[in-house]
Design a protein around this ligand. Structure first.
Ligand SMILES: CC(C)(COP(=O)(O)OP(=O)(O)OC[C@H]1O[C@@H](n2cnc3c(N)ncnc32)[C@H](O)[C@@H]1OP(=O)(O)O)[C@@H](O)C(=O)NCCC(=O)NCCS
Length: 166
C-alpha cells in the first residue's frame, strides 16, 4: 500500500471505456470478459459498474449487481502497473459505499481459491468465507471461494443470511 498514492475518481461504465477495459482484462484473467459482457454492464439497470480513473487514465474497475438486497460483485480489477498501491482497496470501498447507498443488506462474491491477493484484500475489508463452489470456473478449472460482508446487521429487515455455496 502506498499512502502517498493519489485517490482515483469514479465514473459509471460507458461504451467509450470498453477498449481500455478489454486491454486490462486480457492482462488480468485466464478467462477475460468479452466485449458483450461489458456491454451488458452498460445497459443492465441492476448493474452498478464503475471505472476508476487517475485524471484521464483508466486504472481499474469494479461492479456489482443488486438483486433482492444482495450486492453481488461481478468484477474487481486493477491495471497491472497500478497494483499494490491501495487502488483495489479504494475500488472495493467505493463499491461498499455504493451498495450501502442502494440499500443493499449484504455484499457477496466468488474468488478463485488460489487468488491469494484478492482473498487477502477482501479479508482485510471484513469479508468472511461462507463456502466453496466446486469447479465453479470452467476455463482453467478451479473452485471458487464464496465470501460475504454484511452491510446491515444480519437479520435486519427479517432476512437471514442464507447459504449460497454450492
Ligand atoms: C486483486 C487486485 C484487484 C488487488 O488490487 P491492488 O490494487 O493491488 O490491491 P491493494 O493495493 O489495495 O492491496 C490491498 C492488500 O491486498 C493484499 N494484496 C494485494 N495484492 C497482493 C499480492 N499480489 N500478494 C499478496 N497480497 C496482496 C495485501 O494485503 C495488500 O495490502 P498491502 O499492499 O498493504 O500488503 C489486483 O491484484 C488485480 O486486479 N488482480 C487481477 C484481477 C483479480 O484477480 N481480481 C479479483 C477477482 S475476484
Amino acid at each position: 500500500m502506498n499512502p502517498t498514492a493519489p485517490s482515483p475518481h469514479f465514473v459509471r461504465i460507458a461504451f467509450a471505456h470498453l477498449p481500455h477495459l478489454l486491454a486490462i482484462e486480457e492482462q488480468s484473467y485466464p478467462d477475460p470478459w468479452t466485449p458483450g459482457m461489458f456491454n451488458q454492464e452498460v445497459v443492465n439497470p441492476a448493474s452498478h459498474f464503475h471505472v476508476a480513473m487517475l485524471e484521464t487514465e483508466v486504472i481499474g474497475y469494479g461492479g456489482f449487481w443488486l438483486m433482492a438486497g444482495e450486492a453481488h460483485i461481478t468484477k474487481l480489477t486493477v491495471a497491472s502497473p497500478y497494483r499494490r498501491q491501495g487502488f483495489g482497496t479504494n475500488i472495493m470501498l467505493h463499491l461498499l459505499r455504493e451498495a450501502a447507498r442502494a440499500n443493499a443488506m449484504v455484499m457477496r462474491l466468488e474468488v478463485r481459491e488460489s487468488n491469494a491477493a484478492a482473498r487477502t484484500l477482501y479479508e482485510r475489508l471484513g469479508f468472511s468465507v461462507i463456502g466453496v463452489r466446486r469447479g465453479y470456473y470452467s476455463r482453467c478449472p478451479e473452485n471458487a471461494v464464496v465470501m460475504e460482508k454484511w452491510l446491515l446487521e444480519k437479520g435486519h429487515h427479517g432476512e437471514e443470511g442464507e447459504e449460497t455455496s454450492g
